[in-house]
Design a protein around this ligand. Sequence first.
Ligand SMILES: [Fe+2]
Ligand SMILES: [Fe+2]
Length: 175
Amino acid sequence: MADLPSPHGGSVALDKLCEYATARRHHDIRLDLQRVADLLAPLADNGPPAPEVIEQYGELAHFLELHLSKEENILFPALVSLAEAARAGQPRPPLPFPSVLNPVRLLEGEHARLHELLDRLRVTTAGLAVPVDAGERWRHAYEALAALDATLAEHVRFENEVLFPQALEVERQLG
Ligand SMILES: [Fe+2]
Ligand SMILES: [Fe+2]
């Protein structure tokens, strides 16, 4: 499992940051997503709030899968080529967008949307309060949802505050 490279490692570390984002952050998110799905599925016939929670969770999970896929298939390969150009002392390589700022702004917007989807789930679940007489299965499902919430918060923090600013800086230095 990749460890977090130094955020002050300069251009050399940009591809390592992408590797870390995929191997650690995205890996953890996918594990949490599957765990919540597995725990919610048997609760489908339990009456309110199960159907609404499951529907909203499904929407969150779908949105998140697309988000991770955009990062892994569009942004990260571009950042790897920027890092390689910087390391080799070459000019900015051609990318599928005018500036890294384009996908970065899009993905920051998706991070904000993730917050909205999580907030909606918090309202539906009354702040992840286990329903009265709900039993252990609900408690486990809500604990897993809380863990996913924390994993996502760290994902957003890492990308918004470390990865994206460094990507923009490396692109700026390449001119
Ligand atoms: Fe990500
Ligand atoms: Fe992201």
